[in-house]
Design a protein around this ligand. Structure first.
Ligand code: IVH
Length: 778
């Protein structure tokens, strides 16, 4: 048998595997293996093909840049193809990279730049005469998805550039989900019993693929830029100056860029980047080395897949091996039972890790994690410790499989699993662990901001029965609180009078907080901070929310949509066998003509219902899918409120606990109200974007952000053309330089606070610049 015949089965197997992983990565945004393992598969295939050229073909994954093109979005061709980069994990390869270039440019010095390799989603923006006309993903490198609508929701991407920019340019960069937001989203998902996202990159990719751009806007994506495709205008001579030029257009660049004259200097920069990259707001997986002088790049050119003038150096993922001692159960505020890995402490990516969430039972079984296993720990998104692999080869046989306990570890109630959820829950609303979590949630900053009532204090308040329900705080006796023992009888730690007075003051202040904070504080499942704001915007007060006709209308509409979906003659019906049987039964004996008639009637009802909801202030979008066969169109309705949120709100106020909460609020004479519109829409900062830099001395960053929002302003991440003001604290970062370059108005912290806290100051007196020009992104 010829040598290549022997290698063929392995090559075919590799192609199948690589294609499968490509689909998982690019289409499902749910990779099963690390980039490093993927690169190893690709490398193995490339080696086989090099040895046996008869096995290579233009269709081989080694010849393609990325995933295949998706169909849900319109496809657009890039004016200049989006290439990929050659990758290496070896420092030695960097010397080879420079030597190869020196051979092609003999006798020339080749200055280099080193930039962070952002682990986001590659994007290409097309600006024509300064206007953002199109945004596309990379796709297969030649054509990608038209994601313009979704990209327009990203605050750091200007829709309009300043006057005088080149007539036409494709700007290339990366869309990313900030690491902090990723952590928050996953905490919320765990609490809601939804599967956790694997990492920020997948979450960003998944968000960009949403067909409803309002969902994208909710995610808080950001972007930065480092390159160009087509460029009709004067290019600066170097990459470093190009990045500066982009900044002057209001397009953010990488956090840091190094210049290096030699391979050694580049290596030093790569090592330095390796130590500071964890502090960047986005995830990075490497460094990109580029030739700085653009004219030299042209001379060096490209291979079929990648330019010869750039290379990506990938950092080894920081992983640590440790033993999983036990799996414990954490009870969340809505009763979700989360398995948590108790680990022998190890150091990973700069901190000591002794616990890692395992999210849910399915996840534990999927990864086959057993108690006593040796495991590898990595930080998902460089922040959340996660068990990424089990070292099955190190098993002794004494490891124990994990099963969720049948009862809540705190109160002993039976654990329940709801249909369509991955989580098990304790449904006992008076479970002590839930009470503590709810109390913590109620007092957290984003909700009612009642100082220092988290953690051990919440535990003690519940344990001593001083507080049984968050609303008991409003009857809390200051004296009794001051004597609370946070320690043990042998080693007492008394709360103290000063501390107690402060807490009681904060509790009194909470009475007057606006509706959205109260809605959040109630810990209604599926209602996070953003949803709480949306609900508050649609209702006058809490009682209005509890009896909301709007929410009832939403739910009715959902039912109509399901009915229409099931009755229309083109329906394929539910997939679940039991539901399918039921569906077939209800349709039995109904003729096609009757189905068409009923569907048309339902469509009318849907349209009337949408109209009613719109009148009540809800933003609704209706998509009509016309049928070629003349059947009535299928309607799809999206709104800012999701069905599961509405259902959850109704369930909450109908539950024993919800009813009691409302009654207690009434007896305390509280009815939290929506902020008056003058406070937000007509507020001092209405429609403006404020960016903060440096550390603040007078108030915390969070309080500053809240103040800005309460005056109707938005918080921006980076200074751009759309920034109205920059507030400068101590030791400001590069944002101050950006503001100076762009001519953005900036204030010191004191100046800003003085202006914002002064009662209705006349705008001229404080020189508030005119609002951004029409057409600019706010
Ligand atoms: S330059 C001709 N610079 O990494 C290729 N790419 O693995 C130009 N990436 O496709 C790419 N950070 O999506 C460049 N600072 C950076 C980058 C970067 C992340 C991505 C980009 C590229 C991929 C290659």
């Amino acid at each position: 048998m010829a040598d290549s015949e022997k290698a063929k089965p392995r090559a075919l197997e590799l192609i199948r595997e690589i294609e499968r992983h490509n689909r998982l990565y690019y289409e499902k945004a749910a990779p099963e293996i690390t980039d490093q393992d993927f690169d190893a598969l690709l490398r193995e295939l490339r080696e086989i093909e090099e040895k046996h050229p008869d096995l290579a073909s233009p269709e081989s994954p080694t010849q393609k840049v990325g995933g295949t093109v998706l169909v849900a979005f319109e496809q657009v061709r890039h004016l200049v193809p989006m290439q990929s980069l050659d990758n290496t994990y070896s420092e030695g390869d960097l010397g080879d990279f420079v030597r190869r270039m020196q051979k092609l440019l003999p006798g020339e010095a080749i200055p280099l730049t080193v930039e962070p390799k952002v682990d986001g989603v590659a994007i290409s923006l097309l600006y024509e005469n300064g206007r953002l006309v199109r945004a596309a993903t990379r796709g297969d490198g030649t054509a990608g998805d038209d994601v313009t609508e979704n990209i327009r929701t990203i605050r750091s991407i200007p829709r309009q550039l300043p006057a005088g920019v080149p007539t036409r340019m494709e700007i290339r960069g990366e869309v990313y989900l900030p690491k902090k937001l990723f952590t928050r989203i996953n905490e919320e998902r765990d609490e809601q019993g939804l599967p956790a996202f694997a990492n920020p990159r997948n979450t960003a990719a998944g968000s960009l693929k949403q067909l409803d751009s309002r969902l994208v806007a909710k995610r808080g994506l950001e972007a930065l830029f480092y390159g160009f495709g087509a460029f009709e205008g004067q290019l600066p001579p170097t990459q470093s100056e190009f990045i500066e030029l982009l900044r002057s257009f209001g397009l953010p660049g990488p956090d840091k860029l190094w210049q290096a004259q030699t391979a050694e200097e580049a290596l030093a920069a790569i090592r330095e980047l390796g130590t500071i990259r964890h502090d960047f707001p986005y995830e990075t997986d490497g460094a990109v080395l580029k030739v700085d002088v653009l004219a030299q790049r042209d001379q060096l050119g490209s291979t079929a897949k990648a330019p010869r003038w750039a290379i990506a150096y990938k950092y080894e993922p920081e992983r640590a091996r440790t033993r999983l001692r036990d799996i414990t159960i954490q009870v969340g505020r809505t009763g979700v039972l989360t398995p948590v890995a108790e680990l022998e402490p190890v150091f990973v990516s700069g901190s000591r890790v002794s616990r890692a969430t395992l999210h849910n039972e399915e996840e534990v079984h999927r990864k086959d994690i057993r108690i006593g296993d040796y495991v590898l720990i990595e930080k998902a998104g460089e922040v959340i410790p996660a068990v990424v692999a089990v070292l099955t080869g190190e098993r002794s046989g004494a490891e124990e499989k994990f099963f969720m306990p049948r009862n809540c570890p705190s109160c002993g109630s039976p654990a329940v699993k709801r249909k369509d959820e991955v989580a098990w829950r304790c449904e006992n609303i008076i479970c002590p662990a839930q009470k503590t979590r709810r109390l913590e949630f109620f007092t957290q900053r984003a909700a009612l901001d009642i100082e220092s009532l988290g953690g051990a204090v919440a535990d003690k308040l519940i344990e001593t029965q001083l507080v049984q329900d968050p609303l008991d705080l409003f009857a809390l006796d200051e004296k009794r609180l001051s004597t609370l023992n946070l320690g043990s009888p042998d080693e007492p730690r008394i709360f103290g009078a000063k501390h107690a007075a402060k807490v009681v003051k904060a509790i009194q202040k909470a009475r007057d907080l606006p509706l959205h904070k109260w809605i959040l504080a109630l810990a209604i499942p599926h209602v996070g901070a953003t949803t709480a704001r949306q609900l508050a915007a649609l209702h006058e007060d809490l009682e209005g929310l509890a009896k909301s006709a709007l929410i009832a209308g939403f739910l009715q509409l959902q039912e109509l949509l399901v009915e229409a979906n099931n009755i229309n003659p083109d329906a394929t019906g539910p997939k679940d066998p039991a539901e399918r049987e039921q569906w077939l039964r209800t349709l039995a004996g109904i003729s096609r003509e009757e189905r068409i008639k009923i569907h048309a009637q339902l469509n009318e009802k849907i349209e009337a219902s949408v109209e009613k909801l719109r009148k009540a202030g809800a933003k609704m979008k209706v998509k009509t899918e016309k049928k070629a066969n003349g059947n009535p169109p299928l309607l799809a309705v999206t709104s800012e409120l999701e069905g599961e949120v509405c259902k959850s709100v109704v369930d909450f106020f109908q539950s024993e606990y919800g009813r009691r909460t409302l009654e207690r609020l009434q007896s305390l004479n509280f009815n939290p109200r929506r902020e008056s519109s003058s406070e937000t829409s007509g507020g001092l900062l209405s429609g403006m974007t404020v960016v903060l830099t440096g550390s603040l001395a007078k108030i915390t960053r969070r309080d500053m952000e809240n103040l800005i929002r309460s005056l109707g302003g938005n918080i921006g991440g980076a200074v751009s053309k759309n920034t109205t003001y920059l507030v400068v604290g101590a030791a400001p970062g590069s944002k101050l330089e950006d503001a100076q370059r762009l001519g953005t108005k900036f204030f010191s912290e004191e100046e800003f606070l003085a202006i914002m806290q002064a009662p209705t100051p006349p705008p001229e007196a404080i020189q508030i610049p005119v609002k951004p020009q029409q057409g600019e992104l706010l």
